[in-house]
Design a protein. Structure first.
Length: 479
């Protein structure tokens, strides 16, 4: 852990880049690895009662409150929520996040609350921030099996139909104009659902989504308009993001990935090379060192010179999705280079939740110590029979839907461990795992399990996140 921190902390700047001491531009070439919240989190009990007792100092869990008519009020503390529940003044309406509904009429004072969304292909990071603190934060892992499953279904369908009868070919029956592939549509809907779910329990005044890593309008043809590296702080970030995107986040010379990448001048500055984007590429530290004072052509990569002159084709696919999201919600938006700049200014590490916190305008507010970690899971498999026949041509029933009241991905209590049913068997002996997929038991009798919550397309758990600020890192080292 200690070593890792030092490695991350070490600044690596391009050999021939102008250095501004103390500037955030120092952070430009810092290596980027997403530290998922799954690293170093502990399982954390789900009821406000338990949470209060195990609480450390700091901004602990906030409990969303809705009034009698179902409108969201300002969230309360776990202590207050426990008190209300004990006195019969409120009831529990949800567990992930833990949420209560008041049973008496009350006035409402509402502060400005902003939801920041780090929209992504595999993960959604979100953070709800008020002027005084981060109220709730979380991360949702999206499904990535949809494309594969639909292709499989299509194959079966084709086979089935080819064996049956002749059908007139049908075509041009896809009316929708703004059609998206089902896997992409699902990602878009997942973002919308998550935002709606949070809006229902928190009085969110504003939603901000990060739409792209850089402003494509402003960055149009920078190779021709001559945008330069190091003009200003934000400019530097934007150029770097642009270059990373253009060179696919790998070293242009050796193709190495997942190493700290540096901005590199194709024709060195010492030999009259400019700072303009058409003279910049991305390389690993070793290649940058080895290339030294040579041009790319002299270093044995003449094609790089050619590629650098071309502009980046229409920005990534995901950007289109994010824009669609913004248009559908009519919400605010920001750019990745701004997020990155602010995140580094505030000394936060790269994670989906930290990004969301910064997107929401988070600055010096106290961070939430707990994190809502979610993962989407598939619902029921609807095919009736297994595709492969048994010996003798018998067809085998596909899956069991329910055994003794348990379903797949139900949250259950095994002893004191909260876990999820990953393997449901008709024998009544199940495979249970934690949300991260760590094995709890391969085969446990359902008699030893206590039902907690149905999955409903996603599984969720409250986790204690390691405080992300720099001061907290010192504490970590002693563990
Ligand atoms: Zn390299």
């Amino acid at each position: 852990m200690e070593e890792e921190k030092q490695k991350l902390g070490k600044r690596i700047t391009p050999r021939d880049a102008a250095q501004v001491p103390g500037s955030v531009a120092d952070g430009l070439n810092r290596s980027e690895r997403v530290a998922s919240v799954s690293i170093g989190v502990k399982t954390f009990p789900n009821s406000a009662d338990e949470q209060e007792h195990s609480g450390k100092s700091g901004h602990d869990l906030r409990v969303p409150v809705i009034n009698m008519r179902g409108r969201a009020l300002m969230p309360t503390t776990a202590k207050k929520a426990r008190h209300l529940l004990k006195n019969g003044k409120a009831k529990i309406v949800g567990y992930a996040p833990f949420c209560i509904q008041l049973l008496y009429a009350t006035g409402e004072t509402i502060q400005k609350i902003v939801l920041g969304v780090d929209a992504g292909f595999k993960h959604i990071g979100w953070s709800v921030v008020s002027a005084t603190g981060e109220i709730l934060a979380g991360e949702m892992e999206l499904r990535s099996d949809i494309k594969r499953l639909l292709e499989k279904r299509r194959q079966y369908r084709r086979l089935r139909r080819s064996q049956l009868w002749y059908r007139k070919p049908r075509f041009l029956n896809r009316g929708k104009e703004d059609w998206l592939a089902p896997s992409i549509e699902h990602k878009l809907q997942s973002h919308i659902k998550l935002i709606d779910r949070l809006k229902a329990i928190l009085p969110i005044a504003e939603v901000v989504v990060e739409v792209a890593s850089f402003d494509t309008q402003k960055m149009q043809k920078p190779e021709i308009s001559g945008v330069e590296y190091q003009q200003g702080e934000l400019q530097g970030y934007e150029v770097r993001e642009y270059l990373l995107e253009k060179w696919q986040r790998k070293c242009a010379y050796c193709g190495k990935k997942d190493v700290p990448l540096e901005i590199e001048h194709i024709v060195p500055k010492s030999r009259g090379g400019s700072n303009s984007v058409s003279n910049l590429t991305i390389s690993c530290h070793d290649c940058n060192q080895k290339k030294g004072n040579m041009t790319a052509a002299e270093f044995g990569s003449p094609q790089i010179q050619e590629k650098a002159k071309k502009t980046l084709k229409a920005a990534a696919f995901m950007n289109a999705i994010r824009w669609k999201l913004v248009n559908m919600l009519g919400c605010g938006y920001t750019y990745g280079y701004i997020t990155k700049c602010n995140r580094i200014k505030r000394g936060l590490e790269k994670s989906h939740i930290n990004d969301a916190f910064v997107i929401a305008g988070g600055d010096t507010q106290e961070r939430s110590v707990t994190v809502q970690k979610g993962k989407q899971v598939r619902r029921q498999n609807r095919s009736l029979y297994k595709a492969n026949l048994l010996k003798g041509g018998r067809r085998k029933r596909n899956t069991v839907k329910e055994v003794k009241g348990f379903r797949r991905f139900d949250k259950v209590l095994y002893g004191k461990v909260k876990c999820f049913i990953f393997g449901l068997r008709s024998s009544g002996y199940f495979n249970v795992k934690t949300i991260e997929g760590e094995k709890v038991s391969d085969s446990v009798s359902c008699k030893k399990l206590t039902f907690v919550e149905r999955a409903r397309g996603r599984i969720e758990e409250v986790k204690r996140a390691i405080p992300p600020r720099a001061e907290a890192r010192g504490l970590l080292a002693h563990n």
